[in-house]
Every structure is written in C-alpha cells, then in structure tokens.
Design a protein around this ligand. Structure first.
Ligand code: ATP
Ligand code: MG
Length: 304
C-alpha cells in the first residue's frame, strides 16, 4: 500500500472506528446516537460528499481485484427498522461496482418452501461465490428480530415439539455466530450493518411518504403498526449485536438520521475492510507470461 493510501486509510479508520462493534460484552444501543454526524457540520457536507464519491470509486477498484483473484468473497448484510434507508444506501454505495461482481438479495417473509427448511437455508443458497460481493437486504437476523418480537411467527416454522424453548433466541444467536465464524474461515469477509434510525426520524420519513404523492408507493400501513413494538425491536437488536459481534464478523452501528452520513460511514467501512485485505492487483506469473507472448506472436504471424 502506498503512502498516500495509508494516510487516507488512517482518516477512514478514525471515521469508522466509533461505530464498529467487535466485542458484544457491555454493548448498549443507547450509547449510540442516530443523529451523530461524526463532527462533520452541515457546512462540511460537500467535503463528506467528496469523500463518499472517492470511496465509491475505490470500492469499484477493489472489487475488480477481488474478482480477478477469485479467492475471497465479501458478504455485506444490512438490517434496520423501516425507512432507515437500506435500499438507498445499498444503491448509492454500490453504484460504481460492476454488477457482474455483485449481487443483492432481499429477504422478505419466508415462503412455504422456505418454511419447510431450517432458517439459514434460504440465505445459504445466496451466499456470494469466491471473487464476488453479496449483499443481503435483511437476512437470517430477522429470525431473532421480527420473529422474536412476534413469537407467534415461530408457529409457522414447523419446528418439532420440544424445540421451541425459552432458550431459543440464545441458541439461534449462538448458531448464527458459529455460522459466521465458519464463513470467515472459508475466506468470506462478513460485515454487518445496523442502520440506526431514531423513532422520531422514522415518523418524519413516514409522514413524508404520506404527504408526497411520489413517495406514497413506499408507504405501508403495517410499517406504522410496527412502531408500537419499537422498544422490543431495540432490545432484540441489542441482544443480537451483543451475542454475534466479533473481530472476524463485526457489526457497524451506523447513525441513520442523516442519509448523507449513513452512506459515508457504510462506504468507508467497506473500503477499509477491502484495503485491509490488501488484495494484490491481478498479476501474472512467468509461465502465464510466456503463454501470452506466444499467443501474441502467433496472432501477428497470421496472414489474415
Ligand atoms: P422496503 O424498504 O421496500 O419496505 P423491506 O425490507 O421493508 O423493504 P418489505 O417487503 O416491506 O421489505 O418487508 C419485508 C418484511 O418481511 C419485513 O417486515 C420483515 O420483517 C419480514 N421478514 C423478513 N424475514 C422474515 C422472517 N424470517 N420471518 C418473518 N418475517 C420476515
Ligand atoms: Mg418494508
């Protein structure tokens, strides 16, 4: 890594560090402010935008190397309350990346077929191949979030009697942590983002969806109903982060009341992780070099 890049990496680390959770013990959601902008005042927005644009460009470069090497993969997982900006963040941050090397999957309520399997099954099928970036818009974490807040959903999961005990959430979280450790050992980098919006800002965005006809399509009455369970969701998120945050598969609790800042933190975290992998530019070995020279000669010799 050259000197300039090391300098920038230092700045990025400083920006991202406060939001990265690598150890669950003692984690409390209330220590994190959804309105935080990391000391960037609104007058510094242009600077932040600039950095974001660069970040998006670097991300595209790194993705090219990841693809060429075809060894590692990157799994980016997004969880959030409604209207926290998952879709917009994913679209924006990944805008420069070659669509061939990147796939987004959204996980909604499980289908009958999915309910006929263990809860990881549908996500397993969509894990990124080597060389690729996989993005999960919601994920297996729904199993310890929405299902925990509405335990009646467990009834549809066709679990054998005796398997639904009081310890089920703890067990599921331990299984998730184990599964992520396995992925990391297999060469997948796992980054988990919780876009942390405040209840107040969610209300403001819902009202906007109702007031602006062009945003009406995004509105769903059920989403407003879920606000009643806000505290239960926050408790479920907190416990999930506590039990699954690790050095290998960190959580990022990203302030989500200001979209421009959310995007900056997410892009920075991804660039940081990729730079730390220190992917070599696609090089060629001596044997391959000879082949290339020979092929070139043979083409040049052709008469037509
Ligand atoms: P949008 O931003 O478009 O609203 P979304 O991610 O909210 O996107 P929806 O189709 O509105 O997508 O909602 C998906 C719903 O499916 C969410 O309410 C989520 O909690 C629910 N869901 C996802 N996974 C599960 C699961 N395993 N069990 C039960 N419900 C789930
Ligand atoms: Mg929704």
């Amino acid at each position: 890594m050259d000197k300039e890049r090391r300098e920038i990496l230092k700045r990025i680390e400083k920006l991202v560090d406060p939001y990265r959770i690598t150890k669950g013990k003692g984690f409390r959601l209330k220590d994190f402010d959804p309105g935080d902008t990391g000391g960037f005042g609104s007058d510094q927005k242009p600077m932040a935008r600039d950095l974001l644009e660069k970040g998006i460009q670097w991300l595209a470069e790194e993705q090219g190397k990841l693809y060429a090497q075809d060894r590692r993969s990157l799994l980016l997982l997004f969880q959030a309350m409604d209207a926290a900006g998952k879709d917009g963040t994913i679209g924006h941050v990944m805008s420069g990346v070659n669509p061939q090397g990147c796939q987004v999957f959204s996980f909604q309520q499980p289908s009958m077929e999915e309910l006929d399997h263990d809860f990881l099954w549908r996500c397993l099928k969509r894990l990124p191949e080597r060389g690729r970036i996989g993005i999960f818009n919601r994920s297996y974490y729904e199993e310890v979030l929405v299902v925990r807040v509405h335990p009646e959903l467990l009834g549809r999961q066709k679990l054998p009697p005796g398997h639904v005990t009081k310890g089920i959430w703890k067990e599921r979280l331990a299984d998730i942590a184990g599964f992520e450790r396995y992925l990391v050992r297999q060469g997948t980098t796992v980054l988990k983002f919780f876009l942390h919006i405040s209840r107040k800002e969610q209300k403001r965005r819902f009202l906007q969806r109702l007031e602006q006809p062009e945003k009406n399509w995004k509105f769903s009455p059920a989403d407003v109903g879920e606000r009643r369970y806000w505290d239960d969701y926050m408790a479920a998120y907190e416990d999930a982060i506590r039990r699954t945050a690790s050095r290998e598969a960190p959580w990022y609790v990203v302030p989500a009341d200001n979209k421009w800042y959310t995007r900056l933190v997410v892009a920075s975290a991804i660039v940081e992780a990729l730079w730390k992998l220190d992917l070599a530019s696609p090089g060629i070995d001596a044997a391959r070099g000879k082949e290339i020279t020979a092929a070139r000669r043979s083409l040049m010799r052709e008469k037509r």
